[in-house]
Write a protein that binds this ligand. Structure first.
Ligand code: AHR
Length: 310
């Protein structure tokens, strides 16, 4: 009997001959860049011919890329969908061409789940819950006015990260979101949004910031510092992704917590595609990645461990 590693190695071999098209959203965050990097690296290890198309945040570009992959007759398509709606037609075309599609890191809204083979994502509601629960436990009964920096509006995970956080803080009536705005998952926008929050709120009244990703938090940290505030102590900072820079910020005392989203989504997709192509093995519809909370105590070590991987 072969152990997990043996099986994975076989799957890797079977994937060897595959040509896979990857419609990637863009490079809005450090997390996204790491996901692309790992997708390429893992493809190379397996001898997969990976074609990556960068959509520059535009769904229209993703639809074009998928049509081009279909025309090229690829063996499979990976799709990281920038927003959740509007995929039925093009995924119907992929299905008609018998090309399996695996969703990466975000889900889609569809009444027809047969349009994709599997989705590799985290539980994005749970990510928000983990962040919210951490805040409530840290406050230990204190009141807290929270500002929230959301990701790209229309993306499946943004509504979920909001909902989860609200659930996480629902046990504490004195912890409330007082302002919320999209920072589009980028550092520059995160900074801009935080500057706006600081101006709009009376001095000293923001107690915590929750950002839907670390990059926006890095921008927000910059904004707080420029306003003469101490992020991490004057204003608590919790976000999602676990990229190296947030560990650096935590080690420096500028941030307090992050919830990990692994950027290694593609290797899971390659493995299930290899098995599916080999003998039709049906993968689970949802391959769930973990949502682990990280705190400053391990930040320096985590930074060292991750800095070259990303
Ligand atoms: O879909 C995953 C999200 O997209 C990450 O949390 C964020 O950094 C990225 O841009």
């Amino acid at each position: 009997d072969k152990g997990g590693a043996g099986k994975a190695a076989d799957a890797g071999k079977a994937a060897g001959a595959l040509t896979i098209g990857f419609s990637q959203i863009g490079s809005e965050s450090g997390w996204r860049a790491a996901e692309t990097k790992l997708a390429k690296l893992e493809a190379e290890k397996r001898g997969i011919n990976l074609k990556v198309s960068d959509a520059q945040q535009q769904q229209a570009n993703q639809i074009k890329a998928i049509r081009s992959f279909i025309a090229q007759g690829v063996d499979a398509i990976l799709l990281a969908p920038v927003i959740s709606s509007g995929w039925d037609e093009v995924l119907g075309e992929a299905k008609a061409a018998n090309i399996p599609v695996v969703l990466l890191d975000r889900q889609i809204d569809t009444a027809d789940p047969s349009l994709y083979l599997s989705a590799v994502t985290s539980d994005t509601v749970e990510e928000g819950r983990v962040a919210g629960r951490w805040l409530v436990s840290t406050l230990a009964g204190r009141d807290c006015r929270v500002v929230e920096i959301q990701g790209t509006i229309g993306a499946s995970l943004v509504a979920n990260r909001k909902k989860g956080f609200e659930e996480g803080i629902s046990t504490a009536a004195n912890v409330q979101i007082v302002r919320t705005q999209s920072g589009e998952f980028t550092r520059a926008k995160g900074k801009e949004v935080m500057e706006g929050f600081i101006k709009a709120e009376a001095p000293g009244t923001i107690c915590a910031v929750y950002a839907h990703n670390d990059d926006m938090m890095i921008g927000a940290i910059q904004a707080m510092k420029e306003a003469g505030l101490k992020p991490g102590s004057d204003i608590l900072a919790v976000s999602i992704d676990a990229v190296p820079d947030i560990f650096k910020a935590m080690a420096d005392g500028d941030a307090n917590a992050t919830v990990e989203l692994t950027p290694d989504m593609a290797s899971r997709a390659y493995d299930l595609l290899a098995a599916y192509k080999k003998d039709g093995t049906q993968p689970p519809k949802w391959v769930q990645t973990p949502s682990t909370l990280y705190l400053p105590d391990t930040a320096a070590a985590e930074y060292e461990r991750r800095k070259d991987l990303y």
